[in-house]
Design a protein around this ligand. Structure first.
Ligand SMILES: *Cc1c(COP(=O)(O)O)cnc(C)c1O
Length: 715
């Protein structure tokens, strides 16, 4: 008997059902499955009932329905059009849930471990690209009907919110999630009590419950330490993502790795394979090693041997192309947090130290999870071709006998979940030419060749519609952002007419980290002004959050505010506060040009450019990460990705290349129109971009690659 939370889910759904008028009953189970968020028409159901309240609820349907006055529910229950659409959405979702499972391996599901999951804005357990990728991954496994389960942590205050002050300095705040109103349920065991796991941390026993979230067919299990029996410090372990303190992080990663395996055991889930998405969960290998050791008789095996025995059950994906990104820990700190846990598993601290060091013979090197993950896994992969090369170089010291190209690290290039990231406008247009139900086969290039049949007028109208929606969103957002910062009322109000729906609209939105080089755009302010401030003008949207302790990145944002003010065209360059999963789809859909300016080779993959491409945006990017594979000369623009040793020289060179492209190629192409006002040359590029990038960077391609190359390489 499995106590995997499905019964608890049914109970929660029954409770919500009882609140609803009979004709709306299907809304209860729909609300408890994020599949609604990528099913056509799903979001509109809730918006039709009350768009304003749905927004206020953070687009969390459970919270929305629990707080909706009864009279509004009764009114909705008589809306025939709504009921018809509800029946349609319910039918599509039900059909998806009823499909037979496509087993990855016969011996059990794949358990996908990650420290963050960006499933939806209403589930605040993500911070940036890694989490969004993990969320996209789970959604795609659901679409492909694969047996995968996700494992992560339920951060009660997971989500960092951003405010900028007048000077452009970032302030952050956290809101506590109300778990009672999340589309999540506490998993209970046979005795009716919550499933409880413990992991020795510091001098105590850190206890955690497990929550289940339905991401389509794929369950996501989140461990939660916010329990009365835990001390305030222990409870803090699942308070926030990526805490600054190494001790807290170590406790988090112990709960994720060791606690995650124990939680699956407690629920009767026996994975055939553990997929460590980034190294944070690498301690899972110790729990498996310890279990193996208990099953074996005879002489006790050392950790190295035990990891070898378990290797067939682990695969590892690395996302970090810089040594500094692979956090390491002082051994004293490491064992002050985790020592008792390690001892209780019967693992020698010295052996664990060796396995967690690049040089296993060192006694002083600090300890990291990436070396441990690489050693415990039968396969390690990077997330783009170029990142694979970088990772082989970076981890070559772990394989001292291997030549660079023999280092056993391969790559599966990232991709994005198409139904999440393609705007309904574009999805509707493509469906007319691709046929119904094409999304699950979005990795088929044959399908995408149909973009050539879309008439210019239709494609241009879709692009203009999406740009207009973005302009409208921006107008209302920046008035509020500016008033909130205490800007002049006149300046704030001028934003209401800001942004022109006919201008070339350029986007740059991602985590604010210095290597992403947002400042490159402002390298030559005079040149920038000429590009923007023109009758055939351009407008730029910026957004992104810095890690609270990344003062360098916060300074870049601050300087950008100063330069922006100096440009004196305040409504052509805007910074949108609090970039998140709600804002991102609107930006990637509405922008004509998407910029990515990383310092090569530091962009492992990058994914926001793929999202833009799916919506008919064009990429202008440094040839790094995914763009090395995506760019073909016709489907966007590229900046040389070679490395100059002197960083300032590199910035100089790359900024010049950026301005040259904007002045000489991008703008002329965008504004060169035929007699009907259509930019025929631009649209040819948009088609080339959709045709080539669509199949290559849709999640179906990525998940199929993982299944074929990583999960079952010998099939
Ligand atoms: C896609 C996405 C990212 C990652 O963008 P990159 O281009 O890979 O840096 C980060 N945050 C959010 C909210 C996203 O949607």
């Amino acid at each position: 008997m499995r106590f995997d939370g499905s019964r608890d889910m049914s109970r929660a759904i029954d409770r919500l059902t009882r609140r609803l008028p009979e004709p709306l009953e299907d809304l209860a189970w729909i609300s408890y499955n994020y599949l609604w968020s990528w099913t056509p028409g799903g979001r509109e159901l809730f918006r039709t009932i009350d768009a304003h309240r749905f927004t206020l609820s953070g687009e969390n349907p459970v919270r929305f329905l629990l707080n909706l006055p009864e009279r509004d529910l009764l009114r909705a229950a008589t809306n025939q059009d709504l009921l018809e659409r509800l029946a349609q959405v319910a039918q599509i979702m039900d059909a998806s849930m009823q499909r037979p499972t496509n087993r990855v391996l016969s011996s059990g599901p794949v358990a996908f471990f990650c420290a963050e999951f960006g499933v939806h804005q209403s589930l605040p357990v993500y911070s940036g690209g890694l989490g969004v990728l993990a969320g996209d991954f789970l959604k795609e496994t659901s679409d492909q009907a694969l047996d995968v389960v996700g494992v992560g942590l339920l951060y009660r205050r997971g989500y960092l919110h951003q405010r900028m002050n007048l000077d452009g300095w970032q302030h952050e705040y956290w809101l506590e999630a109300n778990t009672d109103q999340l589309p999540a349920v506490r998993v209970r065991g046979a005795d009716g009590l919550p499933v409880r796991v413990t992991v020795p941390v510091w001098d105590g026993e850190l206890a955690a419950h497990v929550w289940r979230v339905n991401v389509g067919r794929t369950p996501l299990y989140l461990l939660d330490a916010e329990l009365e029996e835990n001390s305030p410090l222990e409870r803090w372990v699942t308070a926030r993502l990526y805490e600054g303190s190494h001790e807290i992080r170590l406790a988090q990663y112990a709960l994720l790795g060791i606690g995650g395996v124990r939680a699956l055991d407690a629920m009767g889930i026996n994975p055939s394979l553990f997929h460590l998405n980034e190294g944070h969960a690498a301690l899972a290998s110790l729990e498996i090693a310890s279990q193996t050791s208990k099953e074996l008789t005879g002489d006790p095996l050392g950790l190295k041997k035990l990891l070898e025995v378990g290797r067939d059950r682990f695969v590892f994906t690395t996302h970090t192309p810089v040594p500094a990104g692979n956090e390491t820990y002082d051994p004293d700190v490491f064992f002050s947090v985790l020592g008792r846990s390690i001892d209780q598993m019967g693992i020698s601290r010295d052996e664990l130290s060796s396995e967690s060091r690049i040089d296993p013979t060192s006694t002083t090197e600090s300890l990291g999870f990436s070396p441990l993950a690489i050693r415990c896994a039968r396969s390690t992969n990077a997330v783009s071709k170029r990142h694979g090369e970088v990772a082989r170089g970076m981890w070559n010291p772990l394989f001292p006998d291997a030549k660079l190209d023999e280092v056993p690290i391969t790559h599966v290039t990232n991709a994005v979940h198409l139904p999440t990231w393609m705007d309904p406008t574009m999805r509707g247009l493509l469906t007319k030419f691709f046929g119904t139900d094409w999304e699950r086969h979005a990795d088929d290039p044959g399908l995408w060749s149909h973009v050539d049949e879309i008439p210019d007028v239709d494609l241009w109208r879709a692009r203009c519609d999406m740009r207009l929606q973005l302009v409208e969103m921006i107008r209302s957002r920046i008035v509020v952002d500016r008033l909130g910062r205490g800007e002049d009322v006149a300046l704030a109000e001028s934003a209401f007419s800001a942004f022109d729906p006919t201008h070339l609209t350029i986007g740059f939105a991602r985590r604010l980290a210095t290597y992403k080089r947002l400042d490159l755009l402002f390298h030559d302010v005079d040149r920038l002004r000429k590009i923007i401030d023109h009758e055939e003008g351009a407008q730029i949207i910026l957004a992104g959050k810095a890690h609270p302790l990344d003062y360098e990145a916060k300074n870049v944002a601050k300087n950008m505010f100063v330069v922006k003010r100096g440009l004196d065209i305040p409504n052509r360059v805007v910074f949108l506060e609090d970039y998140d999963l709600r804002m991102a789809p609107q930006l990637v859909a509405g922008c004509d040009l998407w910029l990515n300016l990383p310092r090569p080779p530091l962009e492992a993959s990058g994914t926001s450019g793929m999202k833009s491409a799916l919506n008919g945006g064009l990429n202008l990017s440094v040839l790094d990460g995914w763009w090395c594979e995506g760019h073909n000369g016709q489907n966007g623009w590229a900046i040389d990705g070679s490395v100059v040793d002197d960083a300032r020289e590199q910035d100089e060179r790359d900024a010049k290349a950026l301005y040259d492209l904007l002045e000489n190629e991008v703008k002329p192409l965008f504004f060169s129109r035929d007699a009907n006002g259509i930019p025929v040359g631009w649209l040819a590029r948009v088609r080339a971009s959709l045709r080539t990038l669509g199949p290559q960077f849709s999640g179906a391609r990525m998940v199929n690659d993982y299944v074929d190359q990583i999960y079952r390489p010998n099939h």
